[in-house]
Design a binder for this molecule. Structure first.
Ligand SMILES: [Zn+2]
Length: 290
């Protein structure tokens, strides 16, 4: 088992080193800070809608933290889980401050504070996944190194103006989390909420890319980036709902296996229906024969 872990780490590090050697540096585009909606509202708040649309993060983050500690509402059984979800909800609540600070005056120096809490939330989610689906001990020990890797990727970008490690930290969870949610048998029920959360994140990314087109489409009412904030805030909302609803699974079955089982049921039902309709169609023929 130890040998396998070493091989996985070795391959991952090798892939990263090769990626860093063969690809060119990705500098932070200054055009990124030029958002579609720069209107002042509410007594002169610059970029007002992009600033205030971060408020939901604060609400979800605080609600999540309170429920984590209030009478163990989420029924978290392992200490690593509580630690992982605490980092997650602290990260989510901090997004409200970091992102608002950035959007008040968008520039590289302030963007660090937008990306930092988001990365803490992101990386703690991977650790939680490892705890729940791979190995509780390994997952717990991976919380701090994963969060540190995220922070280092941001510092690397800031000091060397190269976004590649940050892009890896962003990209890997986008693939790994839905894949693990589908393939690995979970400790808890309600796994589909992970996919809802991933779906909202994906839509948020599309809206972010369509900042100007959405602003034009809505006749300058709301921009893509503002909607992106609201959709991204639905990610912790769905995860909080999942935490509130889920139970420890009696049988650990992966989503993929569950889908397969229900697909076979649907298939066997449809063959039953075919059989019945065959019997019905046979009946008048028999009558005619008489
Ligand atoms: Zn933003």
């Amino acid at each position: 088992m130890r040998k396998r872990t070493a091989i996985v780490w070795g391959v991952a590090i090798l892939c990263f080193v090769v990626l860093m050697l063969v690809t060119p540096a990705i500098p932070q585009s200054q055009e990124y800070h030029n958002f579609a909606d720069q209107r002042e509202f509410f007594g002169g708040i610059p970029n007002a809608l992009n600033v205030i649309s971060n408020f939901p993060f604060l609400v979800v983050g605080i609600v999540g933290l309170v429920l984590c500690y209030y009478g163990n509402y989420f029924k978290l059984s392992l200490p690593g889980e509580l630690c992982g979800w605490t980092f997650f909800f602290v990260g989510v609540a901090a997004v409200a401050f970091g992102s608002s600070y950035y959007h008040l005056e968008p520039n590289d120096a302030r963007l660090v504070w937008d990306r930092l809490p988001m990365t803490v939330a992101f990386t703690s989610i991977i650790a939680i996944f490892i705890i729940e689906r791979v190995d509780a001990r390994k997952g717990t020990f991976s919380i701090v190194p994963l969060i540190l890797a995220g922070i280092v990727s941001i510092l690397y970008w800031r000091f060397f103006d190269d976004l590649r490690p940050y892009a890896v930290v962003q990209f890997v969870p986008c693939i790994a989390i839905p894949a693990m949610a589908i393939l690995l048998p979970p400790m808890y029920t309600h796994s589909a909420y992970w996919l809802w959360a991933a779906g909202f994140y994906l839509v948020a990314k599309i809206e972010e890319a369509a900042d100007v087109p959405i602003y034009n489409l809505t006749h300058h009412i709301v921009s893509g980036h503002t909607i992106k904030h609201l959709f991204a805030a639905m990610v912790p909302v769905f995860l909080t709902l999942m935490l509130a609803k889920r139970e420890v699974a009696e049988e650990r079955i992966s989503l993929l296996r569950m889908w397969r089982i229900s697909w076979t049921k649907v298939k066997s039902n449809s063959t039953d229906v075919e059989k019945i309709s065959c019997e019905y169609s046979a009946a008048p023929v028999e009558e005619r024969d008489k």
